[in-house]
Design a protein around this ligand. Structure first.
Ligand SMILES: [Zn+2]
Length: 416
């Protein structure tokens, strides 16, 4: 990391800076970085925002030290289903030596690029929600539907002590969610990417048993031979999916099954043929794939590798709910029409990894993953993550329009 000379990194206020940008940079400086996020400071920050916006702030501790913070703007017809604006407060770790600026200083360069962990994933979105609501309130607007902003912990480590627990709580049911927005990804072109579904992560450990013996002999049926067959089957499938993605131009990463061998274990000594080995695979399956058939394929690969080959799941997500992107769907119609009116080009995709949206969808609520960052390289989890302040500020305007449209969606048949 280079020494920092710019006083702006110290958090001094620039009178020419848009106050929304200043607030964004303040939030970026809170070290909610895994594995020990400073959630207390983040919750205090959000409580301050709630009092600024004159909104009630509810805190739900889903397990010790893990608080969901909810700011609520009550609608004029609160019996209607609500709009949930969700964002996570944690960020992934950094390798400081690869950063040109302190990743928690929110340094802004002369072009307006703000460098910080969380600039894209996803502290930008949290502040954009807040600033859009602030703007709408200042304009004196009111909407029939209630709007909730939820700020959740631990998304970056799977959401198990965050959104996954929250959706099962009575406090979540009370929110009466009709439609949710959550994070998406940047897009380097003029287009905005919109996610209507997610892949199912499957983490599989294959265990292989074989005959042990001395390393100088040709032992029959060794664990290594069986492991060789297992790895070949899995990686040949990987190659086929990789080639399919390459050759079929309309496909994105969200449309094919990704598979990686991520851990390999076994053996104790150079001259001992081991009796056991294991291989771990990270597999991400699109919601259009028949999961039962896919598991049968995994079973077949293991059986074909020989006796004593078994597998176990370390993660097996099976909910394949997708959110409608049909114009006949009132939520999608409100979302897409608003974007069209703002001349935004949209590209609908399946999210290639996993986010908290999957818990919202599994709980039965439509959710769209969307972070308004076009003309921005995808740098989440990468070094030197940044967002340009102009892209950030336009996102506030986009959310103000989207929130207005969604919170104005007329009463649905199901709500009658
Ligand atoms: Zn994220």
């Amino acid at each position: 990391m280079l020494p920092e000379k710019d006083p702006r990194k110290q958090g001094e206020k620039d009178p020419k800076e848009d106050p929304s940008v200043t607030l964004f940079r303040e939030y970026l400086r809170i070290k909610t970085v895994q594995p020990e996020p400073d959630y207390d400071t983040a919750v205090k920050f959000l409580e301050r925002i709630a009092s600024e916006l004159d909104l009630p702030c509810q805190k739900v501790e889903v397990c010790p030290g893990r608080v969901i913070t909810i700011l609520t703007w009550k609608g004029t017809k609160p019996q209607l289903r609500s709009i949930l604006l969700n964002s996570h407060t944690d960020v992934v770790p950094v390798f400081e030596e690869f950063w040109h600026h302190d990743p928690f200083a929110a340094f802004k360069d002369s072009e307006g690029n703000i460098f910080a962990r969380g600039a894209q994933d996803m502290k930008c979105v949290s502040i954009q929600y807040i600033e859009a609501i602030r703007r709408l309130k200042a304009e004196g607007r009111r909407f029939p539907r209630t709007i909730h902003m939820s700020f959740v912990p631990d998304e970056e480590i799977g959401g198990y002590k965050g959104m996954q627990m929250f959706v099962k709580r009575p406090e979540f049911a009370t929110l009466n969610v009709g439609f949710a927005l959550d994070e998406g990804l940047a897009n380097p072109t003029d287009t905005f990417t919109v996610f209507y579904g997610e892949k199912c992560p499957w983490w599989i450990k294959v265990k292989v048993e074989g005959n042990p013996g001395h390393g100088s002999r040709f032992i029959e049926n060794t664990a290594a031979e069986k492991m060789h067959r297992v790895i070949t089957s899995f990686l040949e499938f990987r190659e086929r999916e990789k080639q399919r993605l390459k050759s079929e131009k309309h496909l994105t990463l969200g449309d094919v099954t990704s598979l990686n061998l991520t851990m390999l274990n076994g053996g104790i000594s150079f001259n001992v043929v081991p009796s056991e080995m294991s291989a771990a695979f990270d597999i991400r399956i699109p919601p259009t794939v028949d999961l039962k058939a896919f598991e049968e394929q995994v079973t077949a690969w293991c059986r074909a590798a020989g006796e004593g080959v078994t597998y176990e799941f370390h993660q097996k997500y099976t909910d394949q709910s997708m959110t409608s992107t049909e114009e006949s769907d009132p939520w999608w119609k409100a979302f897409s029409t608003t974007c069209r009116n703002m001349n935004m080009k949209l590209k609908c995709e399946i999210f290639p990894a996993a986010t908290d949206s999957r818990y919202i969808r599994a709980a039965g609520h439509p959710a769209i993953g969307f972070s308004p960052m076009n003309r921005t390289p995808v740098l989440l989890h990468d070094h030197n993550e940044f967002l340009n302040e102009q892209v950030f500020l336009r996102g506030i305007e986009i959310y103000a329009q989207l929130i207005s449209a969604l919170a104005n969606v007329p009463q649905l048949q199901a709500e009658a």
